[in-house]
Design a protein around this ligand. Structure first.
Ligand SMILES: [Zn+2]
Length: 121
């Protein structure tokens, strides 16, 4: 099964690829959604022998999403009901959105007809 989601952020991969040291016969081969993710993910893979471990990055990304989440709550006038909630509870909300988004991306990638795949490798 070919992965059609970005190796870094989980969005739809759009033809940006990274092959560690250009050894095309060897996995892992990573796909990315954008040049920005390709550059960042490629740099990450080079530093860790071709492997991208998203776990520590995901934990930090959830924490760093608290601020934009709070900004939207404020814009919508919803900050008060969340004011006495713990950081862990806020993180659960953020993770639910991210997990739901990524699960849908993976489902859609699996459902896609591989003959329609515009990615040439
Ligand atoms: Zn991406």
């Amino acid at each position: 099964m070919r992965r059609l989601v970005c190796a870094l952020c989980g969005r739809e991969a759009k033809g940006f690829g990274y092959v560690h040291e250009m050894r095309l016969d060897e996995v892992p081969h990573h796909r990315f959604c954008s040049m920005a993710c390709c550059d960042a993910g490629g740099a990450l893979a080079r530093r860790s022998n071709g492997v991208i471990d998203r776990t520590p990055m995901e934990s930090r990304a959830v924490k760093e999403a608290r601020r934009p989440f709070a900004e939207v709550l404020q814009e919508l006038g919803l900050l008060a009901p969340f004011a006495d909630r713990s950081a862990a509870e806020i993180d659960r909300l953020i993770e639910a959105c991210v997990d739901g988004f990524q699960a849908s991306m993976r489902r859609q990638a699996v459902e896609r007809d591989p003959l329609d795949d515009p990615i040439p490798f």
